[in-house]
Design a binder for this molecule. Sequence first.
Ligand SMILES: NC(=O)c1ccc[n+]([C@@H]2O[C@H](COP(=O)([O-])OP(=O)(O)OC[C@H]3O[C@@H](n4cnc5c(N)ncnc54)[C@H](O)[C@@H]3O)[C@@H](O)[C@H]2O)c1
Length: 362
Amino acid sequence: MNELNIGIIGAGYIGREHARSIRLTASMFGGKVKLAAIADKNLEAAKAVASDYDIPLTTDDVDKILDDPNINVVFSCVPTKFHIDIIRKATKKGKAVFCEKPFAVTLEQAHEVHEILTNSSAPHQVGFVLRYAPTYVALKKILDKQSDNSPLRHISLRDDQKFPISGIQHYTDWRSDVKQAGAGVLIEHGIHDIDLFEHLFGKIKRVSATQRNHHSYEGIEDFIEIRIEFESGQTATMTHMWHDIPAHTSVRSFEIFFNKSLVTLQDYAMHHINVRDQEAEKKYEKNDLFAMLSDEPLFKDISRREDLLFMSDYYAIQDYWFMRNLLSDTKPSPSIYDGLRAFEIAHACYKSARENSDWVEV
Ligand SMILES: NC(=O)c1ccc[n+]([C@@H]2O[C@H](COP(=O)([O-])OP(=O)(O)OC[C@H]3O[C@@H](n4cnc5c(N)ncnc54)[C@H](O)[C@@H]3O)[C@@H](O)[C@H]2O)c1
């Protein structure tokens, strides 16, 4: 693609985040990227984002973006139930699509989205933003180093957020409606971690899960505990919960045990990663992590443009790569293949939870 005229559909939390990220990074592409339009069924929401990020066209009619021949890239940022219609219409018109996760409310719908996107020649990307979070790229480097010294034994993750969405102060009631959200904390938030786990630790072989529903929204689990076995034989446990503790912000807490060392981290912003081994405790501070990453392919160009883009700004880094790949006709990543894989594993967890926590192969 020679230039990108972008339309965002949905001006809520994530639509605003993409508008900010595109506005921030557009100048890195020398005038080839334009943020052209934003649509939301709530026109006031669209207008507010348009005014903050200087977007010329605002509308409450989604088709105005989908039918506009000048717009060749669409970001789908609506509640989960509505992604499929946007993806279908946009790809029919040959537009590139950035689709937020989770992109469907049922497994059948996820397969349908997969089919639409794989049968289309229009490029696409799924919003597994953690793949672009520098902390996890640094974590992978640290883990590779540790595994040279002793084998990986066990991974434990606790991921918690205030219900219905993390420390971000905004209430989105569609997340309590199974018809719009599909399910609860695992599909809405934990799906990021499922994707990240396979990206960091290899292929998952089988899962076993138990879930609970403290808030009593039908079909919306707010607690799920998962046991994971990887094809390598390693094991992991994952706990995801939505709670009611406003003073406690969203935390992803990892403990990764090797035979002779322990790696821990508490957050996905660039804080620090701790490594304890037989000799000492080493704390990789923010600056150590930056130094570790500044020549990595994902961050090499960005680390030299900190005037524009902080290396900790993983949403902006994600969008930068989507635009850069479109402009160089390179396949964006992660794709719907990755999206469907994580979706299927999440649904295997739900199946296990329905069936007495029996192991389910994935
Ligand atoms: N990748 C991430 O980190 C991340 C973070 C948050 C949300 N998400 C995903 O993004 C999607 C949106 O989540 P959100 O937090 O922005 O929700 P939100 O409720 O903040 O925003 C959704 C917006 O869509 C608008 N809308 C609803 N139905 C519409 C329709 N049919 N047509 C046009 N506009 C419509 C609403 O008015 C609202 O402004 C969800 O699929 C969610 O799972 C991803």
